[in-house]
Design a protein around this ligand. Structure first.
Ligand code: SF4
Length: 107
């Protein structure tokens, strides 16, 4: 299986997959474990997703920064994700209708 054939919609390797097929899926699924995150790719992907958000869906910059300040001081923040819900906090905070699962910041 070539790497070009793998998409994010591909199902996990089947139980009878070869080691090569399992490795190919693992390469595509590089963010399954935080220790496997490529910091440059993570930053690029998050920034790209933020840029792709519709302006009408986005919180104001002031609100976004205020939310991130709360997250920065929160014990649930873990390597840019929220341990309470598993989301990427920067994406959650950027949405106008985003919510903190523990109501530490509101819309
Ligand atoms: S979304 Fe809420 S619970 Fe999660 S890190 Fe931010 S403040 Fe903490």
């Amino acid at each position: 299986m070539s790497e070009e054939m793998i998409t994010h919609t591909q199902t996990p390797a089947a139980p009878n997959s070869t080691e090569e097929e399992i490795d190919a899926v693992r390469v595509q699924c590089r963010k399954c474990f935080l220790e496997e995150i490529d910091p440059a790719a993570y930053e690029r992907d998050i920034k790209r997703l933020l840029l792709l958000m519709e302006p009408s869906e986005k919180a104001s910059e002031q609100k976004y920064q205020a939310r991130l300040s709360v997250c920065r001081a929160c014990e649930y923040l873990n390597q840019a994700t929220c341990d309470a819900c598993g989301c990427y906090v920067e994406l959650r905070a950027a949405k106008q209708d985003g919510r903190c699962p523990y109501h530490r910041w509101q819309g």
